[in-house]
Design a binder for this molecule. Structure first.
Ligand SMILES: Cc1ncc(COP(=O)(O)O)c(C=O)c1O
Length: 364
């Protein structure tokens, strides 16, 4: 869809990347590290300063204690951490349970490991899951429960009851939890609670996050996995022969940035909440039914009030008809029918871009 946006000169509200740069001091830290000669391979686990900064962030913000030597692994973005976790922890024939719709790398990562994804539906408009469906998705072959909260593409923040249902399932069936928390700082309503903080979960949860969303530097691809040493060792073992270790100057800059994650995250989420309101209002004016998100930088909108019933066809035609690109929510789902009429739009764009997109959509 980004290529289509480029080709048609459309406003790209498809792919989730901000159209403004990250904070100046974070960019300066990267340039300084590059000039200071941090340009060779990083150590496989990641540069010590970043591993210490990740451990300090988890302790300060969530009260989670980690040994930066053995319980933190730096990766090329959260995406590599997810792939390495699935490769390192699954055997062929294993099953991975995830909420559906999902970030699209989950099914692919499971397939790389010879495992398969079993999906537990989040149903619009509330995007909640049914604990009975979660229980039914777990079989004797289930190895991992792969969670994502705050959740893409729905913008949901799982509440205490839902997290407890996930934790209870992991404890009862002795599952490893892999918890993708890349939007941990981009929350407007509710509170992000890491799965690892629930009773009995720290010892079985691998927490994954990255610098990309929090600091608006999605192209840096500096991420991490942290948790019990045995789980981190599995990630490290797989990562070693996928990519080994690099992005060294960016790792140093990420270490400096993480110390300001709360202050910067609070500023950014206040800005994003205003952008969410702006785009939601624009979509409503254009006639969509809007499913207002509590977090992330994505909103889903239903095309039925506009006389359409297929988000894929709608998104294919939208660049020609309106000069705007969105992504059909069904591409994130194993059950496309359930979300067939929804389109995901990203609001991590400048206000004037959001306004222009809203105006174009209103002309539909
Ligand atoms: C839920 C989720 N996990 C992971 C990622 C990727 O993170 P990274 O860019 O750090 O690989 C994304 C990016 O869109 C995402 O939405």
């Amino acid at each position: 869809m980004s290529a289509l946006a480029e080709r048609t000169g459309s406003i790209n509200l498809g792919q989730g990347f901000p159209d403004e740069d990250g904070p100046r001091e974070v960019l300066d830290a990267a340039a300084a590290a590059l000039r200071a000669g941090a340009n060779q391979y990083a150590p496989l686990p990641g540069v010590p300063a970043l591993r210490e900064a990740i451990a300090a962030h988890q302790r300060r913000r969530y009260g989670l204690a980690l040994d930066p030597e053995t319980e933190v692994q730096v990766t090329f973005g959260a995406t590599e951490a997810i792939a390495a976790a699935l490769l390192g922890l699954c055997d062929p024939g294993d099953e991975v349970v995830a909420l559906d719709p999902t970030y699209d790398s989950y099914a692919a990562g499971a397939a790389l490991a010879g495992a398969s994804l079993r999906r537990v539906p989040l149903r619009p408009p509330g995007w909640r899951f049914d604990p009975a469906e979660l229980a039914a998705a777990i079989t004797g072959r289930t190895r991992i429960l792969l969670l994502n909260t705050p959740h893409n593409p729905t913008g949901r923040v799982l509440d205490a009851g839902e997290l407890e249902a996930v934790a209870a399932a992991c404890r009862e069936h002795d599952l490893v939890a892999v918890s993708d928390e890349v939007y941990e700082h981009l929350v407007f309503e509710g509170e992000h609670v890491p799965l690892a903080t629930l009773a009995g979960m720290a010892e079985r949860t691998l927490t994954i996050s990255s610098i990309g969303k929090t600091f608006s530097v999605t192209g840096w691809k500096v991420g991490w996995a942290c948790g019990p040493a045995a789980l981190v060792a599995a990630v490290r073992g797989a990562k070693q022969f996928m990519t080994f270790a690099g992005g060294t100057p960016l790792q140093h800059a990420a270490a400096a940035a993480l110390g300001t994650a709360e202050a910067h995250g609070a500023r950014l989420s206040a800005e994003l909440a205003a952008k969410r309101d702006r785009l939601c209002a624009g979509l409503e004016r254009a006639g969509f039914d809007v499913l207002r998100p509590a977090a992330t930088y994505f909103v889903n909108a239903d095309v039925r009030p506009l006389g359409h019933d297929d988000g894929v066809a709608f998104c294919r035609d939208l660049p020609e008809r309106a000069g705007v690109v969105g992504i059909p929510t069904s591409v994130f789902s194993g059950d496309p029918e359930r979300v067939r009429t929804l389109v995901r739009f990203a609001f991590c764009k400048r206000e004037e871009v959001i306004d222009e997109a809203a105006e174009r959509l209103a002309r539909l």
